[in-house]
Design a protein around this ligand. Structure first.
Ligand code: DQA
Length: 140
């Protein structure tokens, strides 16, 4: 069974409360349940990690080396700023799919560039929770 690591970045633990018009009204626990159910349906083993700290996300990616077949990552605001997360993904060379709940291409200019996209095999944006299932499908 393929093992997939799902990483969510800062403020995604605030889903439900956080700008529901953009990110929806379901909370982070609902997202975890959605990811776990989707993974089970697709025959994938999944582990989920969320942090508000860039270094913790870098540590998590480094520790994934040799343990996971794929990474699904929503780096949240670090998408647009973090060379460290990009470098960590390149270091472990684990196939990666990037996910965003919202359609970042159509939002503020500062959200339109993604460092992670320089490495990720695919970016899925604007599908809400369903984007995570699409990303898992990529590995199934
Ligand atoms: C996000 C988009 C980012 O620009 C933002 O900073 C987030 C969430 C998304 O899922 O749409 O925190 O990654």
């Amino acid at each position: 069974m393929k093992k997939i690591l799902v990483i969510n970045g800062p403020n995604l633990n605030m889903l439900g409360l956080r700008e529901p018009a953009i990110y929806g009204s379901r909370n982070y626990n609902a997202l975890l349940e959605f990811i776990r159910t989707s993974a089970a349906q697709l025959g994938l083993e999944v582990e989920c990690f969320q942090s508000n700290h860039e270094g913790a996300i870098v540590d998590c990616i480094q520790q994934a080396y040799g343990k996971f077949d794929g990474i699904v990552i929503n780096p949240a605001a670090y998408t647009h700023t973090s060379i460290a997360i990009l470098d960590a993904l390149k270091s472990v060379a684990i196939p990666t799919v990037e996910v965003h709940l919202s359609r970042i291409e159509e939002r503020e200019e500062f959200r339109q560039f993604s460092y992670v996209s320089l490495y990720a095999e695919k970016a899925i944006t604007g599908l809400g929770f369903d984007g995570y299932r699409e990303a898992l499908k990529h590995f199934a």
